[in-house]
Design a protein around this ligand. Sequence first.
Ligand code: AMP
Ligand code: MG
Length: 417
Amino acid sequence: MALKNDCFALPSGVSWTPVDDALADLRDRLSPVTPVETLPLGTGQGRVLAQDIPAPISLPPADNAAVDGYALAHTSLTPEGEQHLALREGRAVAGAPFDGMVGNGEAVRILTGAVMPDGTDSVVMDEDVERDGNAIRFGSGLKPGANSRKAGEDIRAGNIALPAGTRLGPAELARLASIGIASLPVHAPLRVAIFSTGDELAEPGEPLLSGQIYDANRAMLLALAKAQGVEAIDHGRIPDRPAAIASALGAASRAADVVIVSGGASGGDEDHVSRELSRMGAMALWRIAMKPGRPLALGQIDGVPVFGLPGNPVAAFVCFLIFARPALQRLAGAAWPEPVGYPLTAKFSAKKKPGRTELLRARADGTGGVEKFRSDGSGLIGGLVWSDGLVMLDHARGPVEEGETVCFLPYAGFGLT
Ligand code: AMP
Ligand code: MG
């Protein structure tokens, strides 16, 4: 399903858009673009469900024992004193139910996972029982239903086991397997083409000429994209020439469902990405009130969304996590992910102007505190390596004093390790 070409247009005359507004806009305008296919359960890892999956059975399918012991009817017991029950011959084992009815005053041997025999509702566990030939003895106080698992306590037949948009990991695959689902309606992987722009960029492994720097963003963005469970496609390094950028944008938009470009997006003399994007399809420069981050160029070419990220690696990293990541998840058919954050105590102070969101490279100290990287506002890749998350200072807040509570977003919450 192609996006409308003006889907990223912003109202004209608006100056700096708050992060939350920009995210709400993106969220409203994006929808899944990948086709749906059916896969066997065993190959579903990492895929996104394309339909709600109702449970065809209840789980557990029948009441069953949670421990090894003796199954009985709770009505056989007296409130006080020692309990004596006659032991039936035979037993109930997982996979081989007891065949027969257990009467009042009787008990039958049962092992964990065995279906509760007819007439029983509770299990007294081995550790509490004295066996005495064909009888068992134990103390009073067993609760009704004790040590038994109820049919449907995990899920009931007909309820939604997993909703459309769920990304399938080990737990989700276990849930589907447990209710007997063998084939899965899933989205095809989202194809994301990624290239870097800049005359100054050299390829790692090649000699560095005067004035050059190595292309750090491409390796970073390919890895960031892969961590989102999408298919990341390397479209190389493109010089700052309009024709080269136009042809790279064209090739990438034909090869992929989404394009991510770094550099050249902010409207300066050598910023050909935004210009070529406007010429080839549609483009809006989103001036987002966020630090780090410069304008984001959002556009489409023949319905394929293009994200123009800042060239500065730190800004590209943060813009990817905050904007491109939820967008990719949504385009891939997954639910829009909210960032995972929790409150920690600032072990630092920081200047902060109300009126923009700031994201600091930060590290949790493991005892409830969080530190920030020694140098903020800089483009140091070392700060990305040092940090294990971002402190997010929201739009309205002012400076941070040491000891105040701040919101920490661990990289793990963005799917990174
Ligand atoms: P730009 O957004 O193209 O103006 O680039 C902003 C800054 O980021 C400049 O200092 C660029 O040299 C640097 N930069 C751009 N692309 C990359 C890249 N792929 N790897 C490392 N640094 C980059
Ligand atoms: Mg550049």
